[in-house]
Write a protein that binds this ligand. Structure first.
Ligand code: PHE
Length: 501
């Protein structure tokens, strides 16, 4: 990696007295996360309910204060318009759109079959209210409850979900997902064949499309994407999988046709760039489905990961007292779809209360492209530091530059190796993201690693992150940016014992 010089933007840009304070703070610090032992409040009040805290508590006030905005059901909000468009492709499904975001560890992980060492459980990735309670990280947290309720064969569920994650134009710690599922009750048919026939009939009634679909995958694969042999026949899994894929293909055709129309209406569609819509299916892994896939869509030159899905894990249905049901489930991130439908360039905009943003969307009119109302200058500042000498690991996921990806549908995916979810790494990039967000709120646009270097003689490791400050509403002054950045540097020292360079 190219080593960049950070000095002009970083530590040395700070006044000398502050540099001194920061250096000396290194000496006496404890490893803190969102709260230190003595600043953790005794209870957290979320939507009027008090929750006791403990050593697992890591939800900052900044997140709690945005809890309950329910953007996905706010009239005329682009996320709500997107939700309705997706729901419209699942006629007869019951929509659950008002489930509270505070759930138990059991709902979010155990009930779905997450292993005890799944990285999604760690405090660096998830907001814990206390050891047993958290802010849901995905809408799958409600699957078992809804299956147990057993009120309809098909249902969707849209909600806000929370993840400690990167800061950039397409990641925000709160985003929205829609979960959808369809099951058939095998006990209501005279024979297994009669159930298969019903699934086939339903499949044949699904709308046809002329979409280009790349699907090189077998219906299941012994090692990579197994059939649930104990519970499903090959014919059942194959048919349920085909029904799932066709249903979701129909949904994206509708969405992307609407996006194309909006683009053409705004005069922004570039002829020649207009390639036919393409989707491809990629094998995936989720603890709560098997076989599993992700759908990617080819949109203006990039493969975008749009959703995760699969044949529902039968033990999950058994836990929900529905041993005879068989079916499929999917999870889709609404922001990513809305960004591309409306051409919204920055995920923070969804949270804007600025009329110049909100006035542009109307659910009773055809979709229109968002017209940016301002572009204020970005103020980049670097923070370069030596990691403390520690036997513990540092977790640095090199963040991609902004704008390329959007919140993934797939939190359930095992993307990192298992780790001891109870032990804290010496430094985790998500903790820096949290510090920046807590201090700068929505004026932090992007935080990314620009240098990672290990000294050849001392073996000490140094990292440098670039933090971009930019308000969506106004131009920031140099003084206020410096003040925020000083605080970020100070917290880095205090929380991680890093030595600013
Ligand atoms: N819960 C998964 C996620 O957030 C998405 C998913 C939902 C996958 C349902 C399969 C079935 O990543």
């Amino acid at each position: 990696m190219v080593r960049l010089c950070c000095s002009s933007l970083s530590f040395w840009a700070l006044p000398g007295n502050l540099r001194l304070t920061l250096r000396s703070a290194c000496a006496a610090r404890t490893l803190l996360r969102s709260y230190s032992q003595d600043t953790t409040p005794e209870k957290l009040t979320i939507a009027g309910i008090d929750y006791p805290t403990d050593s697992w508590t890591n939800v900052p006030q900044s997140i709690i204060s945005q809890y309950g905005r329910r953007l996905h059901i706010e009239p005329n909000h682009p996320l709500s318009i997107t939700r309705q468009l997706v729901e419209s492709r699942f006629p007869g499904f019951k929509s659950h759109n008002a489930l509270p975001g505070v759930v138990t560890v059991d709902q979010n992980f155990d009930s779905l079959g997450f292993t005890p060492d799944h990285p999604g459980r760690s405090r660096t990735d998830t907001y814990y209210i206390n050891e047993g309670t958290l802010l849901r990280t995905h809408t799958s947290a409600h699957e078992v409850d809804i299956f147990r309720e057993n009120s309809t064969d098909g249902w969707t569920l849209s909600a806000d979900v929370y993840r400690r994650d990167a800061v950039d134009k397409s990641h925000y710690p709160i985003f929205h997902q829609m979960e959808g599922a369809l099951t058939w009750d095998r006990s209501s048919f005279d024979s297994p064949q009669a159930c298969l026939d019903a699934i086939k009939q339903s499949f044949d009634k699904l709308p046809r499309h002329d979409l280009v679909v790349e699907d090189p995958n077998p219906p299941f694969h012994k090692e990579r994407n197994p059939l649930q042999e104990k519970y499903h026949s090959a014919a059942e899994a194959e048919l349920v999988g085909a029904h799932l894929k066709r249903s979701l293909e129909d949904m994206v055709v509708t969405i992307f046709a609407a996006a194309d129309k909006a683009l053409t209406a705004s005069g922004q569609a570039v002829e020649g760039e207009k390639e036919p819509l393409k989707v491809r299916w990629v094998e995936a892994f989720f603890p709560h489905t098997s076989p599993s896939w992700e759908m990617e869509v080819w949109w203006r030159g990039d493969w975008l990961e749009v959703l995760g899905c699969g044949v529902i894990d039968q033990p999950l249905l058994i836990r929900a007292d529905q041993p005879d049901r068989i079916g499929w489930a999917f999870g889709i991130g609404l922001e990513r779809i809305a960004m591309l439908l409306f051409g919204i360039p920055d995920i923070r905009l969804f949270w804007s209360k600025d009329a110049r943003f909100l006035k542009q969307f109307n659910e009773s009119e055809p979709i229109k492209r968002f017209q940016p109302f301002s572009k204020h200058p970005s103020a980049p500042r670097d923070v370069a530091f030596w990691l403390p000498k520690s036997s513990k690991e540092a977790i640095v996921a090199e963040t991609s530059s902004s704008g390329t990806s959007a919140p993934s549908s797939a939190g359930g995916q095992q993307t990192e190796p298992p780790r001891d979810v109870k032990s804290e790494p010496a430094f985790h990039e998500n903790d820096l993201m949290e510090i920046a967000r807590t201090i700068a709120g929505d004026t932090v646009e992007d935080v990314r690693l620009i240098d990672d270097f290990t000294h050849p003689k001392t073996s000490r490791r140094s990292l440098c992150y670039r933090v971009e400050y930019r308000s969506l509403e106004r131009t920031l002054t140099t003084e206020e940016v410096n003040a925020m950045h000083e605080k970020v540097c100070g917290e880095m020292v205090e929380k991680f014992g890093v030595e600013i360079r």
